[in-house]
Design a protein around this ligand. Structure first.
Ligand code: HEC
Length: 311
């Protein structure tokens, strides 16, 4: 009978509260926070599609902090701490077959859960995300305006070079310096040189933006090895080699940069990707220039749209 009373007060006491608090915080960090973050990060207020990118890590941190706080609350008062422990000692002193059953079943259950979490027991991986989901139609046919400049853009470029609005100095790309020299000398500009100079200039501007915005994750050379790379759930893409941007038309890259991880379709695994949604911080022109620099740094060329679909 003694343990009956003990159990009853235990449920109302610190142990019972712990058994309510811990799962509640776990549910909040695991589901409520990512959903809230997803809603805030996307315009999709009424759909539950977008979870907060990388929420797994934040959730674990919040949960750990909450547990730490709760342990302080438990241990801070000696009487409360003893109340918390009492039912545990009582349980071990409990001469009942149920005690043996619980002591055998709980480690087995924990083991089974760990095995399931590690992907044991077969069955498909739930988060088998597709590396390159199809971009929305509006994007796949886009062209990079800085790779295919109009006559107007080139005229303007000449004017800016002549007026000194585009500054040419020691760190400027060679092609640009040479072309500026020809222009300044009043030489007739050769269209190929001009396009080449324009391209190098766009790359130069894009590279500056890349170093500020993208380098932290994607690395100085775009190899996915920036200082923040190790902290990401899914590794930042390595732009060198044949598996990432080399397989994509520029419109697809533009989509990935503009809309980032949160706007990936479900099969793309938005819950795993911390790739920021750059439309919030960068203009379209800036993104296109960064893409020029991205290919240049990685020594890659974009996939040509006309090669798609067997044309
Ligand atoms: C916080 C880290 C982070 C930053 C900063 C970041 N990215 Fe990413 N990026 C990622 C991660 C992680 C992935 C891989 C997951 C994915 O594809 O969404 C990725 C993927 C990409 C991809 C897709 C490549 C492919 O082949 O699918 C492109 C393109 C890209 N990033 C470009 C950029 C550009 C351009 C910038 C800067 C304007 C940038 N990223 C900044 C983390 C980052």
């Amino acid at each position: 009978m003694a343990e009956q009373g003990g159990l009853k007060s235990a449920v109302r006491g610190p142990l019972g509260r712990t058994l309510l608090f811990v799962p509640a915080v776990w549910l909040a960090t695991r589901y409520a926070l990512p959903l809230l973050g997803g809603w805030l990060a996307s315009d999709d207020w009424f759909s539950m599609k977008h979870n907060l990118a990388s929420a797994g890590l934040e959730g674990t941190l919040y949960f750990a902090l909450a547990l730490l706080g709760w342990s302080c609350w438990l241990a801070y008062n000696e009487q409360r701490w003893q109340q918390f422990l009492a039912p545990v000692w009582e349980f071990f002193a409990w001469k009942h077959p149920l005690r043996a059953a619980i002591l055998v079943v709980s480690p087995l259950a924990a083991g089974a859960m760990a095995l399931a979490a590690a992907g044991g027991g077969g069955g498909p991986d739930m988060f088998n995300a597709i590396r390159h989901p199809t971009p929305p139609d509006a994007f796949s046919h886009m062209e990079n305006p800085f790779r295919h400049p109009t006559a107007d853009m080139l005229e303007q470029f000449d004017a800016q070079l002549s007026s000194g609005e585009i500054v040419v100095n020691a760190s400027t790309e060679d092609e640009l310096v040479a072309y500026a020299g020809v222009l300044a000398a009043g030489g007739v500009s050769n269209d190929a040189d001009r396009r080449r100079a324009f391209e190098r200039h766009s790359i130069e501007q894009g590279r500056e933006l890349f170093m500020v915005n993208c380098r932290p994750c994607h690395g100085t050379k775009g190899m996915g090895d920036g200082p923040m790379a190790a902290a990401q759930t899914r590794s930042p893409a390595d732009f060198t080699g044949v598996e990432t941007i080399a397989t994509l038309v520029e419109g697809a890259v533009f989509w990935r940069v503009k809309e980032g991880g949160v706007k990936l379709p479900r099969e793309g695994g938005p819950w795993e990707s911390a790739m920021p949604r750059w439309e919030l911080d960068l203009s379209d022109d800036e993104i296109w220039k960064i893409i020029m620099a991205e290919y240049d740094l990685a020594g890659n060329a974009p996939r040509e749209p006309e090669k798609l679909g067997g044309h």
